[in-house]
Design a protein around this ligand. Structure first.
Ligand code: HEC
Length: 180
């Protein structure tokens, strides 16, 4: 009893909308195909529409090809250093990340080195200087920043040179102490 009720409900739900969707007029050809002449006219009209559609598609494909060729020409005309920077420096983050900053050439060289050593950026050695060329030219440091950058790279360099020296000094002192 319960099963039959469920079946009836299912049938009503499934068939109701389907039956309602059928519209007889969709299957009637209307007045257009009454005689042979009208039939010919209709076929020609369809053929013309198809031809127009094919022409539109050809024109669109041609326009797309032209746009792509222009894009490639523009791309090829840009300096190599610029293309290299964009190629390598947008692999992990957007250009926003570095385009909003300014550094001297050395500063950019250090940024690139940091991306390579700390973030594992796969940038060929020969490209690194070129990338710094472009970045330093397109996003230079303000004079103030340049001064700071010079000061801290100089002090960093001195510290780096000083470390082995200090180590040797301590080692030497240790030896002397040990001998006494
Ligand atoms: C392998 C991925 C990777 C590539 C390639 C990469 N970066 Fe980064 N970059 C990072 C990550 C991760 C951070 C955030 C952590 C950090 O600051 O080191 C970052 C942060 C930065 C920052 C913001 C921090 C700062 O020091 O001001 C700059 C600028 C930057 N990247 C520049 C570059 C430039 C220029 C290149 C191209 C030479 C580059 N990145 C390529 C991963 C990458």
């Amino acid at each position: 009893m319960k099963g039959a009720l469920v079946l009836a409900l299912w049938a009503a739900l499934a068939c109701g909308p389907a039956a309602a969707d059928i519209d007889e007029s969709a299957y009637q050809a209307g007045d257009a195909v009454k005689d042979q002449a009208a039939r010919g006219r209709l076929l020609r009209q369809l053929e013309q529409e198809a031809e127009a559609e094919r022409r539109r598609e050809r024109e669109q494909a041609e326009a797309e090809r032209r746009i792509e060729a222009e894009r490639q020409a523009r791309e090829a005309a840009r300096p190599l250093s610029e293309r290299l920077a964009e190629h390598h420096c947008t692999a992990c983050h957007t250009a926003e990340n570095y385009a909003t900053k300014g550094h001297t050439w050395l500063g950019w060289r250090l940024v690139v080195a940091r991306m390579v050593w700390l973030n594992d950026a796969a940038i060929p050695f020969d490209d690194r200087g070129l990338i710094a060329d472009h970045l330093a030219q397109a996003h230079p440091a303000s004079p103030d920043d340049a001064l700071w950058e010079f000061a801290y790279t100089l002090s960093g360099g001195l510290a780096l040179l000083g470390l082995p020296w200090a180590a040797l000094l301590l080692l030497g002192q240790g030896r002397r102490k040990y001998r006494r």
